[in-house]
Design a protein around this ligand. Structure first.
Ligand code: G16
Length: 552
């Protein structure tokens, strides 16, 4: 029987401390709620309530992360983390949306409705909710609202303070696996990753063309704060030269720096030395994405995005799997943003099956579960690798298998160590960086040798502001536009004008804009195609402001 008193308290609290002041409708989007921080107080409180209900329903620890990741500083956001470290199950997203938007007077009824719908009878369980936040000035206040929501329904908030999003996912899994996944604290996180990294690297830190130094752009956010601890744990095995570490109150979070800026503008971030042929990387505002890049002898910028990390990881894992002699299926998941050249390389050269999912790691993660070894990455640098229980069991058995050669047994052990290096719970910039560094080290490659695997098709990303981005609907993993009518036909005929032309549009789930992607055989064609498609979006989907200009 539900404890009526507890949610009455929640209701009273909501009215007094966190009344809903805004009229605008918020939607649980690609990565939770994102909007101006000033409009989020009541949403945070209500997500605290929802997390408690979810935790009671799942009889597990649930996470709540306060962050707007790549968005500019006035924004903030919140996402819920499910028991296995995945994003909130999609069937609960409409509940989150309902909780966020319901008027104060109906909040009690909505709580009641959910309890009834899921037959939650353990309303007295003191479930744990782990809460984390990024470095935005608005985050402490909003995280307190989450904790107040948790307390109002008699849950137990555990405030981890400022952590990266992937760290919070990791803590949730550690707690729900009774620490089998690792220790649920930051020390445990660094120890797990760096022990595995150092074990594989051995004492030969520099190998072939690989040098153990990377230039790191912390996006003036939590990724900068946390790398300081990682550096200590890594010692001399990897030298991380950090830039853009003006963390709190500087107003510089993600400003002309960070993974999203570098990927979208295909340019060097502010604040980093432009030394030639030096491996550089940028993380985003909550350190769940990473991209690499370098400047060549002629001063030209070269980007190694999520597609590159995915192909590097898939090729390496395939080789390692072959060394073990164990049969397992390995697959890769991409989104429509994946460069066509990367998809060709994966299917034709690596002979690894590729599947497509809609934007949002929640979609990719889900698809990757279909493989024993599922590599998933968005082109923006967000991704990881997940391993089935079957994979782990076979590898463990392989380390002791008498019929295996010594080389096979060692390959199994190495594979297991590599799994410890990877944060399977969600894309993690720090873990992904260590994975890239491990592979490049093993191959003795500099960054240009990594790049030489295939040649990217030139591509361009654009944003178009429209009255209501929801007028754009899509299908087939967002590769086809269903509405507005005629838009897809227009995109098809524009793309057909250019050799290797491809373009698609979709409403963003984190910003109030429509995204346009275009690729083609030359940079000039890609730029032109993107602008022409952007103009069509502007015309057919109710663009506002100045129309996009077509380069001549
Ligand atoms: C979030 C999601 C990513 C997604 C990105 C952009 O990233 O976690 O999966 O690719 O938003 O989404 P959209 O194109 O819908 O705006 P982050 O790093 O901002 O949390």
């Amino acid at each position: 029987m539900a404890n009526n008193n507890s949610y009455r308290t929640a209701y009273a609290f909501a009215r007094e401390m966190y009344p809903k002041k805004t009229k605008s409708h918020l939607q649980y989007g690609t990565a939770g709620f994102r909007t101006k921080a000033t409009d989020l107080e009541h949403v945070m409180y209500r997500m605290g309530l929802l997390a408690v209900l979810r935790a009671r329903y799942k009889k597990s620890v649930i996470g709540v992360m306060v962050t707007a990741s790549h968005n500019p500083e006035p924004d903030n956001g919140v996402k819920l983390v499910d028991p296995h470290g995945e994003m909130l199950e999609q069937s609960w997203e409409p509940w989150a949306t309902k909780f966020a938007n319901v008027i104060d007077e109906k909040l009690e009824d909505t709580i009641n409705e959910l309890i009834k719908a899921f037959d939650i009878t353990n309303m007295n369980d003191r479930v744990e909710i782990v809460v984390g936040k990024d470095t935005r000035p608005s985050s402490p206040h909003l995280a307190k609202a989450v904790c107040d929501g948790v307390l109002a329904l008699s849950g137990k908030p555990i405030d981890y303070g400022i952590v990266t999003t992937p760290q919070l996912h990791y803590f949730v899994v550690c707690k729900n696996t009774n620490r089998a996944y690792g220790q649920p604290n930051e020390e445990g996180y660094y120890a797990k990753l760096t022990n595995a990294f150092k074990k594989i690297r051995g004492t030969e830190y520099t190998k072939g063309n690989y040098h153990n130094r990377v230039v790191y752009d912390g996006a003036n956010g939590v990724g900068a704060k946390k790398i300081k601890y990682l550096k200590e744990a890594l010692g001399d095995s990897l030298k991380v030269d950090m830039y853009n570490d003006e963390i709190i109150g500087s107003g510089k979070l993600n400003y002309m720096c960070g993974a999203d800026y570098v990927k979208s503008h295909q340019t060097f971030p502010n604040g980093l030395p432009k030394d030639k042929n030096v491996r550089c990387c940028s993380v985003d505002g909550d350190a769940d994405r990473i991209v690499y890049y370098y400047t060549d002898d002629d001063g030209l910028f070269h980007l190694m995005d999520g597609d590159r990390i995915a192909t590097l990881a898939a090729a390496y894992l395939k080789e390692l799997l072959q060394q073990t002699g164990i049969e397992l299926n390995l697959g890769l998941v991409q989104t429509a943003y994946a460069n066509g050249a990367s998809t060709d390389y994966i299917s034709s050269e690596l002979n690894v099956p590729v599947a497509f999912a809609s934007t949002g790691v929640k979609h990719l993660h889900h698809q990757a579960l279909n493989y024993d070894i599922g590599v998933y990455f968005e082109a923006n640098g967000h991704g990881t690798v997940i391993f089935s229980q079957n994979t782990k069991e076979k590898l463990r058995a392989g380390t002791r298998c008498n019929s295996f050669t010594e080389d096979q047994r060692q390959a199994c052990s190495k594979f297991l160590t590599l799994i410890d290096l990877i944060n399977e719970t969600v894309g993690d910039a720090i873990s992904d960086m260590l994975l890239v560094e491990t592979i490049l080290h093993e191959k003795g490659w500099d960054i240009s040798q990594w790049e030489a695997c295939y040649t990217d098709l030139p591509n361009r990303l654009m944003k178009v502001t429209v009255k209501d981005r929801n007028v754009i609907t899509t299908t087939d993993a967002e590769r086809i536009c269903l509405t507005p009518q005629d838009l897809q036909d227009e995109i098809d005929s524009l793309a057909a004008k250019y050799p290797k032309g491809r373009s698609f549009v979709r409403p963003s789930g984190t910003e109030d804009i429509v995204r346009v992607y275009a690729e083609a055989g030359t940079t000039a064609d890609a730029d032109k195609l993107a602008a022409e498609v952007a103009l069509k979006v502007f015309e057919l989907a109710g663009g506002i402001g100045a129309p996009p200009e077509i380069p001549q």
